[in-house]
Design a protein around this ligand. Structure first.
Ligand SMILES: Cc1cc2nc3c(=O)[nH]c(=O)nc-3n(C[C@H](O)[C@H](O)[C@H](O)COP(=O)(O)OP(=O)(O)OC[C@H]3O[C@@H](n4cnc5c(N)ncnc54)[C@H](O)[C@@H]3O)c2cc1C
Length: 389
């Protein structure tokens, strides 16, 4: 097969890039390691910045998002029984939209299928060949059968565990990483959310997040030990622990029920530089990871897609290479700001092993400053709703 852009990975980054390119008549083929059902079974992000919403509109995939998504004008932050609100709309004029990553991906799959886009599922042994030449090609197998795609450009959208990043030679690639000494135990339950806005809770027992997908679907997280397993936690134990970590008035109105999904995610900050090697461009989790505190993962993947899509579009429409040549630099500038925000918010809200009394006092002082200072709230709001592309 031959195409203009070969996209490795059929997660949100790969599908969004493919659909945006399609709106400009640029061909692509998406290669996905798993089945569509598997990709749609992953419960992940749920908070969308306006930048991602605009890209989905441009891709013609925002109808259901606007009909079913929830506009959140602010968020709640608690420590002990104290709780305050950071108003996004007051400080930035912009809300965020709560709409699950699963639904974003479902809408993108539907759009690709309606347009007759090629997505190859269950691909194995994917190798990017001649990435640093003008004639890269991908080899892979499906059901043991060897296949090949020739292309102009390769978009590596295959997530943190994909092969695209590994294709960049070690003497070119530089990696920066921080692994946090805890994870997030998350459950999904068919219960009404405890609050219509998210609650980020710092408690003496560790962090908790009360989040939601819709009026009868809640997503809750508690900070847990990295050695914990989801099966160690009964639903009852989870609910009891969550109640201890959020303000008493919220705990009193928490509606509990059986979990329909339970999983543990480790927390990591990670960036690889550069995000381009020849005609291979890394996009999304393939190039960077943030801890989920502050909901920047999917949104930062979207800003990469924005820069890459516009670079490729300019190349095919005008012959200009400026956008693709500056892709890595532009994308990384925004990536590092999102990394900073996620790292700061994670540091503020979690309990760390061996945290000193001084460190704990600093966290509380930081929270009290945020509670009482409009400029601090504005800085948080600007980062939370998404810095401009
Ligand atoms: C528990 C959790 C909560 C999160 N919450 C938020 C949030 O609230 N807000 C937010 O913005 N972000 C959040 N994130 C992060 C967000 O989910 C990711 O940033 C997002 O999925 C990145 O999309 P992606 O397409 O770049 O990568 P992925 O979603 O990882 O997609 C990569 C795709 O590539 C495929 N693949 C891998 N290797 C290969 C290969 N060799 N060949 C072909 N295909 C391959 C994979 O199967 C996958 O489908 C969360 C993540 C987790 C785990």
């Amino acid at each position: 097969m031959k195409t203009q852009v070969a996209i490795i990975g059929g997660g949100p980054s790969g599908l969004l890039l493919s659909q945006l390119l399609h709106t400009r008549g640029i061909e692509s083929i998406v290669l996905e390691r798993k089945t569509k059902d598997y990709v749609l079974s992953r419960i992940r992000a749920g908070v969308l910045e306006q930048g991602l919403v605009r890209l989905l509109e441009e891709a013609g995939c925002a109808e259901r998002l606007h009909a079913e998504g929830y506009v959140h004008d602010g968020t709640l932050v608690s420590y002990g029984d104290e709780m305050f609100r950071v108003d996004f709309t007051e400080h930035t004029g912009t809300p965020v939209i709560v709409y699950g990553q699963t639904e974003v991906t479902r809408d993108l799959y539907a759009a690709r299928e309606a347009a007759g886009g090629i997505i190859e599922y269950e691909v194995e042994d994917v190798v990017i060949n001649n990435a640093d030449s003008d004639a890269p090609y991908i080899t892979y197998t499906v059901g043991g059968e060897p296949r090949r795609v020739d292309c102009d450009f390769v978009a590596g959208c295959d997530g943190f565990h994909g092969i695209s990043r590994q294709t960049i030679p070690l003497d070119v690639r530089r990696e920066y990483e921080k692994v946090y000494p805890f994870g997030w135990l998350g459950i999904l339950s068919e219960t009404p959310p405890v609050n219509h806005e998210l609650i980020y809770a710092n408690s003496t027992r560790g962090f908790a997040l009360c989040s939601m997908r819709n009026e009868n679907l809640s997503r809750y997280y508690i900070q847990c030990s990295l050695s914990d397993k989801p099966e160690d936690w009964t639903d009852e134990a989870f609910w009891q622990e969550l109640k201890r970590r959020i303000p008493a008035d919220q705990a009193a109105k928490l509606v509990t029920g059986p979990s329909i999904e339970k999983s543990i995610a480790p927390l990591r900050s990670f960036v690889t530089e550069p995000m381009r090697y020849g005609n291979l461009f890394l996009c999304g989790d393939a190039a960077h990871i943030v801890p989920p505190t502050g909901a920047k993962g999917l949104n930062t993947a979207a800003s990469d897609v924005h820069y890459l899509y516009n670079g490729l579009r300019a190349f095919y429409e005008t012959g200009s290479r400026e956008g693709i040549d500056s892709y890595s630099e532009k994308a990384l500038k925004r990536v590092w700001k999102a990394e900073r925000f996620s790292w700061w918010f994670s540091s503020l809200m979690h309990r760390y092993p061996h945290q000193s009394e001084f460190d704990l006092k600093m966290q509380i002082a930081d929270l009290e400053f945020l509670r009482s200072n409009k400029a601090a709230q504005q800085a948080m709001a600007e980062n939370y709703v998404g810095l401009p592309y």
